[in-house]
Design a binder for this molecule. Structure first.
Ligand code: SAM
Ligand code: SF4
Length: 474
């Protein structure tokens, strides 16, 4: 079927690139800000306003130890005061690693002849989803290389398959996508399959550096990738995720560009990205990159705190590329989603259940704990693990924005829904020790709702979950 632009209010037009390297560089040349100026910027952020590019540049230039501490404290305050203690959990599911591109940092690149290529067929995919459901997962992100085989129909089909797999009380309630950019018709097809977020990382926003790392294949076209999420917006796929791969170029430039991308989407479509991801390059099969721009743990922590302040109502995703200790540290500054029980080799979830060996992955992960181990640590550290998918399924899109802008939204909806989904996990999947801990955390969180939520109704739904009902939400 041909895409017919006249059906849409925004016409099917080519989009112009919006990153101005010199503009960003000029902002980054601003002098180191005073303590008062940093306080002023933090106050703006805590009042829930997205920061401007000069303000973000000021935070990036504040590199003396006391300013860095001031910024981290500000990010923690924003997180505690506004965001609460929920952490949403998900798992990646790698569907296929065939790839026509030659991204120099990736084990799946076409020139890596040692990579073993696999694509999950229909039955394999079902096996993977069943294994994930058996672990207690409710939210997945499907990941694909870029290949003619993985076109929009293929992606949409796999999404529909995933939603259909039900095992015991298990089901996947939200499927996000991380795949190559599509055209308008393609984005429309995957939206119709019922996806949550479509994630595309620009890798580096610097066009010259981008060219060096993407020498061939479709991904060599910087502008096509940069404007891809504008095409998604054109067909009303408005739930999009952006990201940069840290380590390719100056991390401060990339943070500025992520904020620029955010305000581009807000200005043009009145809705910012749902999430921002900030993967750091990890070792991969036959990859040997120079370390000119590698980001230290200290700078990584700084960049997360600055991003938190820069975009107060955008979800921040931290993946198992980072080790458990660093994840724990960085979470304090306002990460809202993490993966747990992650495996990134094709077919690995089902293979783990059958105790089989499978081939090498795209890159090395550094946190290979099970979902239950991750949940245990969250519970120990006073977080409220959540598998909530309510807003998206009730059509309450832009939920991060609502969390902030609608007074009491978190206590009325987000926390009770986190509690209900955690209760399901505790009843269906948790070992005794985790369950014991989890119910205590639930009680503590209920006591902190302070009359903002309908606690009797929440308690009645918890009892219904104990009695076997599922998928209850506010
Ligand atoms: N093939 C699609 C693409 O490139 O957009 C999507 C899947 S790709 C497997 C997902 C992301 O993994 C890429 O956007 C990149 O940021 C990240 N990635 C690739 N190689 C990596 C590495 N060596 N270390 C960490 N992340 C990496
Ligand atoms: Fe292919 Fe994506 Fe890897 Fe690039 S990052 S080689 S496009 S799988």
């Amino acid at each position: 079927m041909k895409f017919t632009p006249e059906k849409y209010t925004i016409e099917d037009r080519p989009h112009e690139p919006f990153i101005d390297v010199h503009e960003i560089e000029n902002f980054l040349e601003r002098p180191r800000p005073s303590k008062e100026r940093i306080d002023e910027i933090i106050r703006k952020s805590i009042s829930k306003k997205r920061l401007s590019l000069p303000e973000v540049a000021d935070l990036l230039n504040a590199d003396d130890p006391s300013s860095v501490e001031q910024i981290k404290a500000g990010a923690m305050k924003l997180k505690e005061a506004v965001y609460g203690n929920r952490i949403v959990l998900f798992a990646p599911l790698y569907v296929g690693n065939k790839c026509i591109n030659n991204c120099q940092y990736c084990g799946f690149r076409v020139s890596n002849k040692d990579a073993v290529r696999h694509t999950l067929n229909h039955d394999d995919l079902i096996q993977e989803v069943m294994a994930l459901e058996d672990n207690g997962q409710k939210r997945l992100i499907l990941v694909y290389g870029e290949h003619p085989m993985y076109d929009a129909d293929f992606i949409a089909d796999s999404v529909r398959t995933v939603y259909k797999v039900k095992r015991g009380n298990g089901e996947i309630r939200r499927v996000n996508i991380n795949a190559a950019p599509l055209d308008h018709e393609g984005f429309k097809k995957v939206k119709e399959a019922g996806i949550g977020t479509y994630q595309i990382f620009q890798e580096t926003y610097h066009p010259g550096i981008y060219k060096k790392f993407h020498p061939s294949g479709k991904k060599a076209d910087y502008n096509n990738r940069l404007t891809s999420l504008d095409r998604a917006q054109d067909v009303k796929l408005d739930d999009v995720g952006i990201g940069a791969l840290f380590g390719l170029y100056d991390w401060k430039f990339e943070v500025m560009a992520l904020v620029r991308h955010t305000n581009h989407l807000e200005a043009c479509y009145n809705i910012g990205p749902h999430t921002i991801s900030f993967p750091r390059i990890k070792d991969a099969l036959n990859v040997n990159l120079d370390q000119d721009y590698s980001v230290s743990d200290e700078d990584f922590t700084r960049l997360v705190a600055i991003l938190r302040l820069a975009v107060p109502y955008t979800g921040l995703i931290l993946t198992a590329r980072e080790n458990a200790a660093l994840r724990k540290e960085v979470m304090r500054f306002g990460v809202s989603q993490i993966d747990g029980g992650t495996k990134i080799e094709i077919g690995a979830y089902a293979a783990a259940k059958a105790d089989q060996h499978i081939d090498k992955e795209q890159f090395m992960i550094n946190d290979d704990r099970s979902l239950n181990e991750v949940i245990n640590e969250l519970l120990d550290n006073d977080y409220l693990p959540s598998f909530c998918t309510a807003c998206y399924r009730l059509g309450r899109t832009g939920e991060h924005f609502m969390e902030f802008s609608v007074p009491g939204f978190i206590k009325r909806f987000c926390s009770p829904n986190a509690i209900l989904t955690l209760a399901e996990y505790l009843v269906d999947y948790a070992p005794e020790e985790t369950a014991e801990k989890g119910w205590k955390v639930i009680e503590k969180n209920i006591s902190e709702l302070n009359g903002h939520a309908n606690v009797p109704e929440l308690r009645s739904r918890i009892e219904k979950i104990k009695a076997g009902e599922r998928d209850l939400y506010f």
